[in-house]
Ligand binder design. Sequence first.
Ligand SMILES: *Cc1c(COP(=O)(O)O)cnc(C)c1O
Length: 223
Amino acid sequence: MTIISNCQRIESRIQDSVATVNRHADEVTCVAVTKQRPVADLQALYEVGYRHFGENRPEGLLEKQSACQQEDIKWHFIGSLQTRKVKQIINQIDYLHSLDRESLAKEINKRAERPVACFVQVNVSGETSKSGVSPERLESFIDELAIYPNVLVVGLMTMAPIEANANELSVYFKRLKSLQEEIAAKKLSFAPCTQTSMGMSGDYQIAIQEGASFVRIGSAFFD
Ligand SMILES: *Cc1c(COP(=O)(O)O)cnc(C)c1O
């Protein structure tokens, strides 16, 4: 029952957030993050209508996939990905949210059997503990990806610092949105970059107000 009532609360908050900025609810996709949760939780969310699921470890992803074989599920890999683990998952996922280095792009290109939809992870806050490309390096990083036909940059992803207040969160998410628009304006065939992946349980309402197209929500479904 908790999951159902949490879903209702999340959905109504998403509705409120899009409404305040005159966006449409169908512009926002909620990725339900089921990492470290049992398969039954994913199944419960599927029953309610969720189709996008996120995992942050290869083992967790593969375990959920073997238990949940519904063909209409879209699988998102949201965690940092070690180069040596690329081959385990790259042909099993619909989106990768954590492209943050050229060596990873090179390995994806080598192992993928088709172009993979990737978000480039950007460290907008500059925290040294966070992975991600710096805003200053972003443009040249994306240019380097032109030689990898199996890497398709569909957007940019960020994680805001946990301790950020609402004003700071707005600043970080605005920054990611404007970087995304700058890349999109270049109309690169290998980097259409029309999407943003930002916002988690604690900050998805702000992210949506700042233009998020994908929010990644975990604990708010289960707490
Ligand atoms: C765990 C995780 C989330 C979801 O976090 P919650 O705070 O539980 O909503 C989103 N994105 C990434 C990259 C994560 O690792």
